[in-house]
Design a protein around this ligand. Structure first.
Ligand code: UD1
Ligand code: M6R
Length: 367
């Protein structure tokens, strides 16, 4: 069942070159740069008429929505709101008939998300699912959708579902916006980037021993840590911190790098462990300045950086993990893998069972 791995979680992390490929299989014509999503075909014109996209999810699935939000807005020109299902229900905000609500869920059974789906059905908007489990409640009760085809995810900590949700949402944004001529070059760049993703994830997985050694040396036994990222990497920071909390039981907080000076810098000293996402993109100057703010206060971050990047000052880092570079909006698919691996190794080192974290269930069917 575990395919030679000690835990389902490691099996599922390691499966990502295949699971991400399967999400795209039959849906991306890489030669002609075309996206085929059978599940939304009939509803495409209604989706394109929407004045707003409202994404709803919980936990890791919520982070996959945050990871693609700016790409959605860039390509479609339509505002995107992303809400935690529980918070959405607490507010019960207005939903219009010309909204498209996108429900993202691995299990398709999460009670909070189902509750919002009922609310949105009553409001008369179009409801689209992005779901792993075929035949689940969300898959059945949405008007249409996209199955992410990641295969069964057994470990409570979600890993391969995250990368596949991320890709399914990117494909959805590409499909919705492929009638806009101005997008053509960007579309081609992203589709070419998607083709490379399984291979790039494999390259990060090849570094797992290095990532284990760094985690054990600098993070094992700590009570608390920060994970810092900005722009496309803010979602990676939140998701990385959730993984660490969930299975290693170390308090971890995902921080938007621009927010450091609004409070969190007060926590930085030579004892506070920090992981910083600093792969190259248009936000790099700002991220590098945030790293300087950290090192100036004796923080010694572990930096996730692009291979061969000469702009990163490695002299004051505890360690640097080099990852392959891809298109800016897809980089999170590569960057999240070291954090998945770190959380796994920290969990095992702490004597925990990463597949069955205390107090948590795989599918949260109560509100
Ligand atoms: C479908 C088949 C796939 C087949 C392919 C061939 C299923 C589940 N999938 O994949 O086996 O290889 O055609 O062209 O039979 N849906 C929702 N909500 C969701 C997710 C999906 O309503 O959250 C609906 C879709 O609108 C669609 C159906 O479920 O009607 C299947 O969706 P999906 O598996 O994504 O469609 P295809 O990729 O076309
Ligand atoms: O099945 P769903 O994607 O709706 O589940 C949502 C969350 O419960 C889930 O992602 C949870 O946060 C994971 N255990 C995180 O690893």
């Amino acid at each position: 069942m575990k395919g030679g791995y000690d835990h389902f979680m490691m099996k599922e992390i390691s499966e990502q070159p295949d699971s991400t490929f399967n999400t795209m299989r039959g849906r991306i014509d890489f030669k002609n740069k075309n996206i085929i999503l059978g599940g939304i075909k009939q509803y495409l014109s209604s989706i394109r008429r929407s004045r707003r996209f409202q994404m709803i999810a919980c936990g890791t699935s919520y982070h996959s929505c945050l990871a693609v939000r700016s790409l959605f807005e860039e390509l479609t020109g339509v505002p995107v709101s992303v809400d935690l299902a529980s918070d959405f229900m607490d507010r019960s905000p207005p939903i219009f008939r010309d909204d498209t609500c996108i429900f993202v869920s691995q299990s398709g059974e999460t009670a909070d998300s189902m509750q919002v789906l009922k609310y949105c059905r009553a409001a008369g908007c179009l409801n689209v699912g992005v779901v792993n489990s075929v035949g689940s409640s969300i898959s059945r009760e949405t008007d249409c959708g996209v199955h992410i085809n990641a295969g069964p995810e057994i470990s409570v900590a979600s890993t391969k579902a995250y990368s596949s949700q991320f890709i399914a949402l990117v494909m959805l944004a590409l499909k919705i916006s492929n009638n806009v001529i101005d997008n053509r070059e960007r579309h081609e760049e992203i589709i070419n980037g998607l083709e490379e993703i399984p291979n790039l994830i494999s390259k990060v997985l090849d570094k797992k021993d290095e990532i284990r050694d760094i985690s054990l040396k600098y993070l094992h036994g700590k009570d608390s840590m920060l994970v810092v990222g900005r722009g496309y990497q803010y979602a990676s920071a939140l998701e990385g911190a959730l993984k660490i909390k969930e299975i290693s039981y170390i308090h971890a907080e995902g921080i938007q790098a621009g927010e450091l000076k609004h409070g969190t810098l007060a926590l930085i000293d030579d004892k506070m462990p920090v992981v910083a996402f600093a792969t190259q993109d248009s936000f790099s100057p700002k991220v590098n300045s945030a790293i300087q703010q950290i090192t100036a206060r004796e923080g010694r971050p572990i930096i996730i950086m692009s291979e061969g990047d000469k702009m990163i000052d490695q002299s004051k880092a505890s360690a640097c993990i080099e990852v392959p570079k891809t298109v800016d909006c897809l980089q999170g698919l590569v960057n999240v893998v070291p954090l998945q691996l770190m959380s796994y190794y920290l969990s095992v080192a702490a004597g925990n069972n990463p597949d069955r974290p205390r107090n948590l269930a795989k599918s949260v069917t109560v509100e």
